[in-house]
Design a protein. Structure first.
Length: 299
């Protein structure tokens, strides 16, 4: 016997006959003709090399043969698994699968919450896994999606989400209203991040524009940076997303200025090339692009 010749529809017909007692009632239950059910059982018996039912004839119910009992006991397991598989596929197509997303702080604060919230609203059963990635040399690995402020190496595809400018935050009255030339920051006291990948990039960019600020305090917290600026120890240069939604714009002790020229970073969403998107990944990309577009309109 070749198991490959035993089809699930044959086992389904066999189970229905065993439960209904006749080929006719099984055919009604399955929505087939009686001759179609008979043909399926005949095909099953040819594959098995023996009868699975004793057919006494007349109104009496058919009975499983010993071979039929063995086949049906194992066949029910296969039918259960096939139903579970079909259900899993249906749930996957409906967006109830798993998605793994790599991110970094600015995205995690604004764009990613919109993605997560909408995915959970649309697909309450989905499994969303988030992880922060190292900014230096990030790899997409097993991730479905990866947010990064720049292009990443490897066999990936991407969509550009937005250009995010860096803004100057200073004590009120420290600079005239309006844009501030970057060279005015040369030698000026400044509060900055620790020497992270992004801070090193920012300080290199400011130097290229003619400014080497005097860093008087380094801290990893945006709120701490703003507190130090309020205290008057120095100014700060922060990305737009870090300031969006904060109370800095309405704080009468602070002023926010565009820089000329303005340091700016490109934000991208990446995914593995030539990998078929799950419905969740496809939807997540759509939501991220829409959320980024809304933010870009406010810059």
């Amino acid at each position: 016997m070749r198991v490959i010749d035993v089809e699930l529809r044959h086992l389904r017909a066999m189970a229905a006959i065993a439960e209904e007692g006749t080929f006719g009632r099984a055919a009604v239950r399955l929505g087939y003709t009686q001759s179609s059910v008979s043909q399926q059982i005949a095909a099953l018996e040819r594959a098995l090399g023996g009868a699975v039912f004793d057919r006494p004839g007349g109104p009496r119910a058919v009975r499983l043969t010993p071979l039929g009992e063995v086949v049906l006991s194992h066949g029910r397991e296969l039918l259960t698994r096939s139903e579970a598989l079909a259900d899993a596929v249906d749930r996957f197509r409906a967006g109830s699968g798993r998605i793994d997303i790599g991110t970094f702080q600015s995205v995690s604060n604004l764009i990613l919450p919109a993605v997560v919230r909408q995915l959970l609203d649309e697909h309450p059963g989905c499994d969303i896994r988030l992880s922060e990635v190292e900014p230096e040399g990030p790899k997409i690995g097993d991730l479905d999606l990866l947010f990064h402020d720049g292009r990443i190496e490897g066999d990936v595809e991407h969509v550009k989400l937005l250009d995010e400018p860096y803004l100057l935050v200073a004590g009120r009255g420290q600079f005239p209203d309006g844009p501030v030339r970057v060279e005015l920051l040369d030698g000026a006291p400044m509060v900055g991040w620790p020497r992270t990948f992004h801070q090193r990039w920012l300080e290199r960019t400011l130097a290229e524009y003619g400014a080497r600020p005097r860093i008087v305090f380094r801290t990893g917290g945006h709120e701490t940076i703003l507190s130090m600026v309020r205290a008057g120890i120095g100014s700060a240069v922060l990305p737009w997303l870090a300031l969006h939604g904060s109370d800095a714009a309405s704080d009468d002790r602070l002023s926010i200025h565009q820089l000329e020229p303005a340091p700016s970073r490109e934000m991208f969403l990446h995914w593995p090339a030539e990998r078929t998107h799950s419905p969740l990944a496809t939807r997540a990309i759509e939501i991220a692009v829409e959320a980024a577009g809304d933010l870009a309109a406010q810059i």
